[in-house]
Design a protein around this ligand. Structure first.
Ligand SMILES: C[S@@+](CC[C@H](N)C(=O)[O-])C[C@H]1O[C@@H](n2cnc3c(N)ncnc32)[C@H](O)[C@@H]1O
Length: 387
């Protein structure tokens, strides 16, 4: 078994800290935070576990070669000398994803091409035949990272990004990334016991991720495909042993409440929850937030209301309505809302925490409102991401 291999888990800006915490909890060693990534080490089982269990990682990369280059040809030569045949077979397809910050290459496509030629020529030289490239659905995904003269080649053990859990059968017009939803739930102080409410659930991502988290259901139990299953080194027994181990300890069921003004979105969320195996844990309701009453004494709300890139008078009124409704009907509630800075200004409530975070490419703020009837000292602003 591989011992103490170094790995890199990539994530979204602002979620590095929560990802590091997840890794520590899984038992990873040498956990270190980077930019949109967390480095860690562990054995092969840890690699399988990271792919299967992590909720806030996008990919798990396994660095296989790091070296200095002085020309594009250096990339080719070193690539041609690498024993690719130990990692995969001629009849498997491959693809290369590159990120290049270097004057040695005009664009990342050129770097990918150089490495592709090296791999193909290596196989031709060894066996007289070459594997094919499949950029859409490769068996083997190779990650090439060049920063100035330092070149790192990694195997992407995940393949398709891990935010693709496999439960999203359909979506509304503005679905949230599953990784962002899981990250926001972790950034909030939800105790994972009290009912979590998403009153504008859209396709249900926040509710589904919350139900999976609180009920100990790992993303890997829904998603079946990981690139490491195509590697020559894949150990099916080790994988199923890990799967049994992590699924052996189920907590007490925790309920989630999700509602939306759109009947169509509720239907979509319902189907997605069914695919995720959490349908029994979520109560769905087709309701306008203007009429929604809390179901418990200390409600915990986490949601993302609609927003555009620019603030319109409609947005101002809509957010003022949210603020009013919360103030008058949700006394003793803890509320977390993600939206743009300008939309959130119209809410008219004072946040006790603010976290800057990107939703796609849009700069957003994730804010906490504590709606106690008495006065309460507010906590200072807290910027997790400096994006
Ligand atoms: C940005 S989307 C939420 C996306 C969701 N988090 C997901 O992952 O799919 C906002 C949602 O708010 C809903 N909505 C808009 N006005 C509403 C209202 N007054 N009451 C309840 N839901 C509303 C929309 O139908 C839409 O589904």
């Amino acid at each position: 078994m591989m011992k103490d291999q170094k790995y890199t888990a990539t994530t979204m800006a602002g979620l590095e800290e929560v990802l590091a915490q997840e890794l520590i909890k899984l038992g990873a060693d040498e956990v270190q935070i980077g930019r949109r990534s967390v480095y860690f080490s562990g054995d092969l089982k840890m690699l399988y576990k990271a792919n299967y269990c992590l909720r806030t990682a996008l990919r798990i990369l396994v660095p296989i070669d790091t070296y200095k280059i002085h020309s594009a040809d250096d990339l080719y030569q070193r690539g041609k000398n690498f024993k690719w045949e130990d990692l995969f077979c001629i009849d498997q397809t491959f693809a290369i994803q590159s990120i290049v910050f270097s004057d040695l290459f005009n664009n990342s496509m050129f770097a990918s091409l150089k490495l592709k030629d090296a791999i193909v020529d290596r196989f031709r030289y060894k066996f007289g035949e070459r594997p094919s490239v499949n950029s859409k659905n490769p068996d083997i995904l190779i990650n090439l990272h060049i920063a100035n003269e330092v070149c790192t080649i990694s195997l992407d053990s995940s393949g398709e990004s891990l935010h693709k859990r496999g439960y999203r059968l359909d979506q509304n017009e503005a679905p949230m990334s599953e990784v962002l939803a899981a990250g926001l739930i972790r950034l909030s102080d939800w105790d994972r016991k009290s009912e979590l409410i998403d009153p504008m659930c859209g396709s249900g991502t926040i509710a589904i991720e919350a139900a999976m988290l609180a009920n100990g259901i790992f993303p890997g139990s829904v998603r079946k495909n990981f690139a490491f299953k195509n590697w020559r080194s894949f150990n099916a027994q080790l994988f199923s042993g890990m799967e049994m181990e992590v699924n052996s300890n189920l907590p007490e069921p925790v309920r989630i409440f999700a509602s939306d003004i759109s009947r169509r979105n509720i239907d979509i969320a319902y189907k997605n929850a069914e695919a995720a195996g959490v349908l029994k844990l979520i109560d769905f309701k087709n309701s306008d937030f203007r009429n929604l009453e809390p179901t418990s004494e200390n409600p915990f709300l986490l949601f993302n209301p609609p927003y555009g890139e620019r603030l319109t008078p409609d947005d101002t009124n809509f957010y003022a309505m949210i603020g009013e409704r919360l103030k008058h009907h949700y006394t003793n509630a803890t509320v977390w809302i993600i939206s743009t800075h300008s939309c959130l200004k119209s809410i008219g409530l004072r946040p006790s925490r603010k976290i800057s975070i990107l939703n796609g490419s849009l700069e957003c703020s994730f804010r906490k409102y504590e709606l106690y009837s008495g006065t309460k000292k507010m906590v200072a602003d807290d910027h997790v991401s400096k994006e």
